[in-house]
Design a protein around this ligand. Structure first.
Ligand code: AMP
Length: 436
């Protein structure tokens, strides 16, 4: 389906294409900045992981995970991160940003452990389990803050994958919605790395169960989203509990606007890395737009699209939690292996749904934006925007759930003519974001 909106400038074209307004299949795009570096695909002719400064044990874990070459963001972030530099990075979804902050950190842990191995052993004073304190206190070396629980769990898994050959590297996620007792047991192991959503971390800080005075590395992942979600005060409180000598790495979709006051305060002489996608590099995600008359029409269209032969797994985005539940129920009645994912579900249920999706027992996930952020499942071939996103960034994140790690994907938007004004608003937002 084609748009009636004719792109008049490169920025219009980008916004139109990102929203599927150009002839489908269309390209998603970002304008090339002066020092634009191609994202997404790991360059086979570029530097190797070893040449970026990673030790043999880390490289062997990456090889086992199927990573052959570093992606552009990794090429720039890894050497600077190993050198201890603060980083401010904007990099598109799916570009390998988790490894871009995790790998330099793990390399630093690896070097530290090798240095410690050659020294006489000293008991770790902070290890609550060994010193048998009544209330053990965790003193992590690294903290990763993420806006959502799903993203936190993904970062935790990545840390375990990349650090699997290190002698001791425990990573624990501290998330809302998980029983305190279970988290206290994990904290008692005094993990080196904590991956946390801000709210629950603050709870533990206030209860004296986590002490950040020995923190060496702080990562703010999807910092722009944390600000959007109103976590600014929590972030300030957490940062105030860390030593000024820490290394800070901040990742965000954009580095300007509201994020710049945060970067100004938190980062010391940071290396600024901006990875920009060129127009031709998002051809792996075909985007289509479908006009519908009403909700019934939209439902019938969705049923039809979900029967696409090329569909392996799909995410359908709805605007509200209630719609996600209702639509998942309706699709299940229609014979689809579907499930809902949203913030009102208990964490256990959310984990089980993600696991079922990963194991392909769920083929159609009906989700709200926040819940689906960070989901990285290769089988997702289709993303359906059942309802329009509120913000332009959400659209980019939604379509980024498909076409992961160089695969191809299809993203469809369906909307009624009544929603056209809103659609134009989202387009405007995308233009503004990319102008900014
Ligand atoms: P991220 O942008 O961190 O969400 O990563 C997107 C996907 O790319 C994940 O499935 C990673 O496991 C994968 N990935 C990250 N870096 C590489 C690499 N250098 N080579 C191959 N796959 C990668």
């Amino acid at each position: 389906m084609t748009s009636s909106n004719t792109p008049s400038s490169p920025l219009n074209a980008i916004a139109d294409q990102a929203l599927g307004f150009a002839d489908a299949p269309a390209q998603a795009a970002v304008v090339a900045a002066p020092e634009a570096v191609a994202a997404e695909a790991a360059a086979p002719t570029g530097p190797s992981f070893a040449s970026l400064g990673l030790s043999a044990d880390v490289v062997s874990a990456l090889t086992a995970a199927g990573y052959q070459n570093p992606t552009p963001v990794q090429q720039r972030a890894i050497p600077a991160g190993i050198a201890g530099r603060d980083l401010m990075v904007s990099s598109p979804t799916g570009s390998g940003k988790t490894a871009a902050f995790m790998l330099p950190a793990i390399e630093r842990f690896s070097q530290l452990q090798k240095a410690q191995a050659s020294q006489p052993r000293e008991p770790r004073p902070a290890d609550g389990a060994r010193t048998r304190r009544p209330q053990p206190v965790a003193r992590p070396t690294m903290l990763v803050l993420t806006p959502t629980r799903e993203l936190a769990m993904q970062v935790t898994t990545a840390a375990a994958t990349y650090g699997k050959h290190l002698k001791r590297l425990r990573t624990v996620s501290i998330l809302g919605g998980v029983a305190y007792g279970q988290q206290l047991m994990l904290l008692a192991k005094n993990p080196e790395i904590l991956v946390a959503t801000p709210g629950r971390l603050i709870d533990h800080l206030e209860r004296g169960r986590i002490d950040l005075s020995q923190l060496q590395i702080l990562v703010l992942d999807e910092a722009d989203r944390m600000l959007d979600m109103g976590f600014i005060e929590d972030i300030e409180t957490i940062v105030a509990a860390t030593p000024a000598s820490r290394q800070t790495m901040l990742f965000s979709a954009t580095l300007d606007g509201k994020i710049s006051s945060l970067t100004g305060r938190l980062l010391k002489d940071p290396e600024r890395i901006e990875i920009v996608q060129r127009l031709e590099q998002r051809t792996n995600i075909a985007q289509t737009v479908h006009y519908v008359d009403d909700r019934d029409h939209k439902d019938r269209l969705l049923d039809h699209l979900l029967r696409d032969e090329g569909l392996d797994q799909a995410i359908v985005f709805t605007a509200t939690k209630m719609d996600a539940d209702q639509l998942a129920g309706r699709l299940a009645d229609a014979g689809f292996e579907s499930a809902a994912l949203h913030g009102d579900l208990p964490q256990g249920a959310r984990n089980r749904t993600i696991k079922a999706l990963r194991e392909r027992r769920v083929r159609v996930l009906v989700a709200t934006d926040v819940a689906a952020r960070g989901i990285d499942i290769p089988g997702i071939t289709h993303v359906f925007n059942y309802d329009l996103p509120k913000f332009a960034e959400d659209y980019v994140h939604r379509i980024g759930r498909t076409g992961r790690a160089g695969r191809s994907g299809i993203a469809a938007v369906s909307y009624t003519h009544l929603k056209k004004r809103r659609h134009n608003g989202v387009k405007k937002g995308i233009r503004a974001r990319w102008k900014g």
